[in-house]
Write a protein that binds this ligand. Sequence first.
Ligand code: C5P
Length: 232
Amino acid sequence: MKSPLIVALDYADTAAALAMAELLDPRQCRVKVGKELFTASGPKVIEQLQNRGFEVFLDLKFHDIPQTVAKACQVAARLGVWMLNVHASGGKAMLEAAREAVDGVTASGHQPLLIAVTVLTSLDADALGQLGVHDSVKLQVERLAALSAEAGLDGLVCSAQEASRLKQLHPEFCLVTPGIRPAQHGADDQRRTMTPGAALAAGSDYLVIGRPITAAPDPAEALSALLAACAG
Ligand code: C5P
């Protein structure tokens, strides 16, 4: 599947998520199941989406002691998800344990991609300072990216603004970028947005898009238009 688009199914119940999935073409996108939908619906919704032909990015951002994260990642991998993620700030031992736990699990015919979140985009330099991190956000992102690379992860969730630098530092990494908005679309509550074409040109491999598709009057048309914008 060539599409770089991942549609965020940010819903509080299974019925709403599946109703949206019905409008989307699994040949045009993958879907993301995050904390809200997973907490409401559990693993069943992953299976239901897979049965409709979708590959699933399970966005639970695990962060705990190494053994707990490793076990959770292994269970997630056995659900046959296409991609899952952890927080790089959980530390190298946690990242390595996650890596080892996912290796060799091929429930869907291939091993899931294991990626890391570096610094949440909701945190600025002041917020990092409150956590005792007095380096710039950029430096902390690069430090956690290097740690993720050392632990053998497959990629990172990053903002489009960070993508070109991270691709330069870690060309082997798969970069997944939220905060994408079509040229004519408003920003919603996202602060720094980029168009699909600009994000891909900056080095992003996959684009996570929610409301520009899910809140569009015609989600299928919005998805097709975004895919066309990626190609052009
Ligand atoms: O609707 P929208 O396109 O803003 O949705 C973006 C999705 O990406 C949401 O699921 C959101 O939680 C997620 N996300 C984000 N910014 C990050 C990390 C994840 O918007 N830094």
